[in-house]
Design a protein around this ligand. Structure first.
Ligand SMILES: [Zn+2]
Ligand SMILES: [Zn+2]
Length: 368
């Protein structure tokens, strides 16, 4: 077999470069995936800038991907116990080696905080094997959780990408009830997925504050009843806008999916007394924010919840959801912009600047 072209971040702050690596030998019960599409998300921008403490360089980014199983050695079973076959079109859960034995997995039942977990394309580097999606092939290590994508078109799955399980976790943490008013702060892929899921959960009014306008238009198309570009107004004006649409009280639920530390405080202030705030956008350490514990938290009788990553249940149920007509209609409105492997730096720049809704790497695409 010929060598595999991969896009590599060689070191923190360095541009992505193309390398060629040999096809790996397969361990028992592992597989080789021929990559069809892999996503580019905000995490990859953080990786390139060296903002994730645990990332091992050089590394091949791309943690959520779809491909065809090219070769299996031994057996790979899906969660239903069915054998995965060569030729199957699948995705796989990017988190690997959640141990299901440690204190966090078993006693706290917080599997996303398992200290043993590794993530393809984030905490697995090139030294760990072909473990990132910006590559012609991906090595699926033994015990990787593979999901056949029957009934879910590849592009549609990628429109959800990593944002779908992340948002699904956040929306479930938010415990949105029928008719609730919901504010989503942030209009990137996670914010848009939160809007869609809030609507699917039966929220009454879903508001979204973000930028740029193109993303806010998508937020409206997928069901937001009101959007506001935060760049065009002050914090006080944003708060006034939210209150004007919620009988002066603020929203029942606010989900922060923006990455800006100050948005957490804004989320607290935008939420009604005795409401709920879920913070899902602070995936990297972007600094501190200050709030008034009396006015912004205690007196408001507020629930403020953090939401870290997703476990296999969120990933699996995200795929199941994408088999429904309502979900397919919503995520089909999230536009993908394709980049070839050698355009990976352009893809990162586009994501960092918010120039595209969702960037995708197509390793098979012709290089021009
Ligand atoms: Zn564990
Ligand atoms: Zn991601």
């Amino acid at each position: 077999m010929s060598d595999v072209r991969v896009a590599v971040i060689p070191a923190p702050g360095k541009d992505v470069e193309i390398r060629t690596v040999p096809v790996p030998d397969l361990e028992p019960d592992s597989a080789l995936l021929k990559t069809e599409l892999s996503e580019v998300c905000g995490t990859d921008v953080h990786l390139q800038r060296g903002q994730l403490a645990e990332a091992p360089y050089p590394l091949v980014p791309g943690h959520v991907s779809v491909g065809h199983i090219e070769k299996i050695r031994g057996r790979m079973l899906d969660v239903n116990g069915r054998a995965v076959s060569e030729g199957d079109r699948v995705t796989f859960f990017d988190v690997h080696r959640t141990c299901n034995q440690c204190w966090y997995c078993t006693v706290a039942q917080a599997r996303t905080r398992c200290p043993h977990r590794k993530v393809y394309g984030i905490t697995y580097g090139l030294e760990d094997g072909l473990c990132g999606g910006w590559a012609e092939k991906i090595y699926l290590k033994p015990a990787t959780q593979v999901i056949p994508l029957d009934g879910v078109p590849t592009e549609l799955f990628m429109a959800g990408g990593c944002s779908l399980p992340t948002a699904l976790h956040a929306v479930e943490r938010a415990d949105i009830r029928f008719g609730d008013s919901v504010l989503v702060l942030g209009s990137g892929p996670v914010g848009l997925s939160c809007v869609i899921l809030a609507v699917l959960r039966g929220a009454g009014r879903v508001l979204c504050i973000g930028a740029p306008d193109g993303r806010l238009q998508t937020a409206q198309r997928v069901g937001a009843s009101g959007t506001l570009n935060f760049q065009s107004c002050s914090e006080a004006e944003r708060l006034e806008w939210v209150r004007s649409q919620t009988d002066g009280r603020g929203t029942d639920v606010t989900i922060e999916a923006s990455g800006d530390p100050n948005a957490v405080v804004q989320a607290m202030r935008s939420t009604r007394d005795a409401g709920r705030v879920v913070v899902v956008g602070q995936y990297t350490d972007a600094g501190s924010a200050t709030f008034n514990p009396h006015l912004d938290l205690n007196k408001k009788h507020l629930d403020v919840l953090g939401c870290w990553g997703s476990d296999f249940s969120h990933f699996h149920r995200g795929v199941e959801l994408l088999k429904t007509e309502a979900a397919q209609r919503a995520w089909s409105m999230v536009e993908l912009e394709h980049f070839s492997l050698s355009q990976a730096n352009d893809a990162l720049a586009a994501v960092a600047a918010g120039r595209c809704i969702k960037a995708i790497i197509s390793p098979e695409e012709g290089e021009g």
